[in-house]
Design a protein around this ligand. Sequence first.
Ligand code: FAD
Ligand code: COA
Length: 400
Amino acid sequence: MFQLSKDQLTLQAKASELAKSVFAQQAEIIDRTEEYPWENVKKLATAGFMGMTIPQCYGGQGLSYFDVVLVVEQMARACATMGRISVEANMGAIGAIMAYGSEEQKKRVAPYVLAGDKPAICITEPEAGSAATDMTTTAVKHGDEYIINGTKYWITGGGVSRIHLIFARVIEDGNFLGIGGFIFIRDGEQDGFRVGEREPAMGVRGIPETYLHFEDLIVSRAMLVIPPEGLRRGFAGLMNAYNAQRVGAGTVALGIAQGAYETALEYVKRRQQFKRPIAEFQGLQWMIADMSIALNAAQALLYKAASNAGDGFPDMNEAAQGKILAAETAIKVTNDALQLHGSMGYSRNLPLERHVRDARMFTIAGGTAQILRTQVASNELSMKLPQTRDGFTRLSGKKT
Ligand code: FAD
Ligand code: COA
């Protein structure tokens, strides 16, 4: 069903080579030191794996999200942190900017990403997680500028990213126009922009997730991604672009689980108990079979979502289905891989406990499994479900 072209096979092989020969060796160190892998990111950029989706006219390769998925899968198999960096460098914020941004915005942003900057997407706030449209960060227009105030948290790349896409409620002449996305390019210390505390995350520890505080942050009007006249549908547009990031996040979960599975396959053939390889016990064989089935199913849904996107963004329903299955499969498969190693799985000398920690985030970040199920059900039933409504339309602020 997913016949890869010659170019795609070459791309996949190139990603696999870099991931296996360089990043795999460093996964444990990155986890232990919790430091952003700047040197690896340079290698990613040199190999052409950052900004892959940026059109050729802005210096990129104009590749599809399916191409990106093939790369991300190989990266995450070797190192979860590198997998996540390759998602954020090709999907999420950069995808939204390239789809909806002005010429000026695309020309300014593209060189940063191509040179190795992983953009940060700033949506979540302390009181607005799943209910993202309840965000209170505002961008108030003053002449040719907007003044942004608010706090975001759990922002991946806080303190390391230069490009930021900040979601805020746009207010002009006292009127709320909708939720917009503002490009902010961090250049060292800047008035009004403060990187706050880092969250001590359970897994994928090579990328910081931090608070970001905006205190009268001034952003030029030219940096608003969807112009004021389109803001009524602005949030929906930005979320449409975000569907690519959801497929990417699912692919990282898949890659982590594939890595754990491969380690377990090798171990059960080697480890002897009762004078035979433990792979000969049928109970364990059935675990292996179930792991393989789940991995293949998750991969098929993600590939389907990515390939159906063509040159556009993945469909909301397909992206949600792929992410849910991959995220839940990753939790199960990494746990089973640890179990197949017995006590050695529990040791920090082997990567299994890291895989379990790394896999845990994907039913939470980027839309929880519950919220995404609501979206799938809403789509399947062709109806708006009441769970995410509270009697008024958050996007217009008016009672319905
Ligand atoms: P809550 O919304 O408080 O949810 C708590 C629980 O209630 C969950 O189980 C949820 O599923 C459930 N729940 C809530 N509403 C409903 C409902 N209507 N129906 C059923 N169940 C419901 N955000 C960014 O903006 N940028 C980032 O770069 C970013 N990176 C992240 C990286 C990591 C590692 C993590 C963990 C989070 C990151 N986030 C980021 C934030 C992430 O998107 C949010 O955590 C997520 O949207 C959930 O919000 P919350 O944590 O506030 O949970
Ligand atoms: N793809 C395309 N459109 C989307 C979308 C998606 N993934 N998610 C929402 N939209 C559209 C909706 O179709 C709706 O369009 P409409 O006005 O034409 O009906 C509009 O955006 C608002 O969505 P709605 O579900 O009505 O909003 P809500 O106020 O109930 O908020 C969400 C719910 C969208 C915030 C919630 O479902 C969600 O996705 N939460 C997770 C947030 C997240 O992923 N954060 C990650 C941060 S990195």
